[in-house]
Design a protein around this ligand. Structure first.
Ligand code: FAD
Length: 464
């Protein structure tokens, strides 16, 4: 029997179940060494995402400890760190879950080529998506650029079953590990970590419980209620999916089962497919993360950073639903999907600000930050992306608020002086912003009619 251990390179897959990379590593026979590497690519995460990663790593370490295992932490370039670990442990093989963003793909391609050239086994596995991006193709063999046909093609395919938690054995000797506390992953947080911690639901067990709680109740009214930010009507699984604390195949099959039982899950499955669509787009057209997906938008006179954008970041635009959403994100690390669309539309249309300025703030504040969904979401709203909302469709934030927050419950939660949300936001917000509970609400920084007219005029000029 093979007695050399195998490395499981842990990335955005902080789970033991439904993890083909871990299952392959465990099949090696000589014990598994789980290792997370804080490499320069990972160091680039935004403040809230780094903080949330730290929470996820701590939860994974506890989960591994329940199986008599450890999580080895190392800091440095991925290739050199893996080479050192292969040498320290005598391992001959390393397995990992595939990533699809351009930065990670470039790193992984090099790691794989060098390790293979040195005689090691280096294998990447599926697991972060329902199907691999190259497995869903149009009739002409290209990739989908429009969601509806993508959904039809995806839902007609079989989705692989999740693999069970493998039997894990420890290596004969554990290599040295950094201490998670020494990495100070929360140090870059402007907002107080204690506030975010109240809202975070961390780890594989919690994610599984969250899925089952959702499928046994709220999913039944999901279609009708999911656009209402005051209601607890959605799964809130995005923070777990993004860190891989639950696999999308697990979610897919559980929802299919609920659908079979008559719980009306189709809409939920369609939302999960938006995540999939985003990742497939990022794989096939990596520029979606940094440049206008449609190059004809390069000529649009986006405004750069400004006092208006700063007011937007601080939740001080004077437009209630926008400010409530920005406060929600700052205090909780997430924001309701409907409100994400409203605040993004207000920034890119009424304030005519470059979508990348908004996306960068989301990068920094979201604990569910996902390179694919964030880029697609922003370009969808701005009008520059694939299958995007047309630019001339400008959301009226007040109209949206009346429709989706008719009792103003959500807005009051984040704006009323004595509301719990306001308290949390003020605790989390930097003192330098000078915000207090008693400060009067600011006047709107722009009239909604003027902002709309300015955006439409710029759009018409660009068209001309
Ligand atoms: C400007 C903008 C930025 C966004 N940035 C992110 C981001 O960084 N990370 C992120 O996970 N989502 C992002 N989204 C998508 C969406 O807002 C969140 O996925 C959703 O709010 C998560 O809530 P939930 O888990 O309760 O979703 P549910 O309604 O329960 O949906 C289930 C799952 O489907 C996926 N999903 C749902 N809606 C979308 C969508 N519109 N696009 C892609 N996937 C979706 C998510 O994985 C979600 O967890 C963004 C949307 C916009 C408009």
């Amino acid at each position: 029997m093979n007695q050399t251990p195998t490395l499981w390179w842990v990335r955005r897959d902080l789970r033991l179940a439904d993890n083909p990379a871990l299952a392959a590593a465990a099949a090696g026979g000589g014990g598994v060494v789980p290792v997370f590497i804080l490499d320069p690519e990972t160091e680039r995460l935004g403040a809230a995402a780094r903080w949330r990663l730290g929470m996820g790593l701590a939860a994974l370490a506890r989960r591994l400890a329940d199986h008599g295992m450890r999580l080895i932490l190392r800091r440095g370039a991925a290739l050199e760190t893996l080479q050192a670990l292969l040498s320290d442990t005598g391992a001959q093989a390393v397995h990992w879950s595939r990533a699809y963003d351009p930065v990670a793909k470039a790193r992984d391609t090099r790691v794989k080529a060098v390790l293979k050239a040195e005689g090691f086994t280096a294998i990447s596995h599926p697991g972060h998506l329902l199907v691999e991006p190259w497995e869903v193709a149009t009739g002409e063999g290209g990739h989908y650029k429009v969601y509806s046909p993508f959904w039809r093609a995806l839902s007609a395919r079989p989705i692989a079953d999740p693999v069970p938690v493998p039997h894990l054995t420890a290596p004969a000797q554990w290599p040295a590990s950094d201490r998670l506390e020494d990495w100070q992953l929360g140090a870059a947080m402007r907002q107080a970590g204690e506030v975010l911690a109240r809202y975070a639901v961390v780890g594989e067990n919690a994610a599984r419980d969250r899925l089952h709680a959702f499928l046994s109740g709220p999913v039944k009214t999901y279609k009708a209620d999911r656009n209402h930010p005051a209601l607890d009507a959605t799964s809130r699984l995005s923070e777990n999916l993004t860190w891989g604390e639950i696999g999308p195949r697990t979610v897919w099959h559980a929802a299919q089962e609920a659908l079979r039982l008559g719980h009306g899950c189709e809409h939920f499955l369609k939302e999960l497919a938006w995540r999939e669509f985003a990742w497939h787009l990022l794989h096939h057209t990596p520029h979606i993360a940094t440049r206008n997906w449609r190059p004809d938008w390069d000529a649009f006179p986006w405004r750069g950073d400004s006092a208006d954008a700063e007011a937007w970041r601080r939740g001080q635009t004077g437009i209630d639903i926008v400010d409530a959403g920005m406060r929600e994100m700052y205090a909780t690390g997430t924001m309701h999907n409907r409100v994400r669309m409203i605040v993004a539309s207000f920034l890119t249309k009424h304030l005519m600000t470059d979508w990348r300025i908004g996306a960068a703030w989301f990068d920094d504040c979201l604990t569910d930050w996902d390179p694919a969904s964030n880029a697609m979401g922003w370009q969808w709203v701005a009008g520059s992306g694939p299958d995007a909302a047309p630019y001339f469709r400008v959301f009226n934030p007040d109209g949206q608020a009346e429709k989706f927050d008719p009792q103003a419950t959500y807005r009051q939660r984040w704006l009323s002086r004595r509301a719990a949300g306001t308290r949390d936001f003020l605790l989390a917000a930097p003192k330098s912003w000078g915000l207090t509970a008693d400060a009067p609400r600011p006047a709107p920084i722009i009239s909604l009619a003027d902002g709309r007219a300015r955006a439409l005029a710029a759009y018409a000029a660009r068209k001309a």
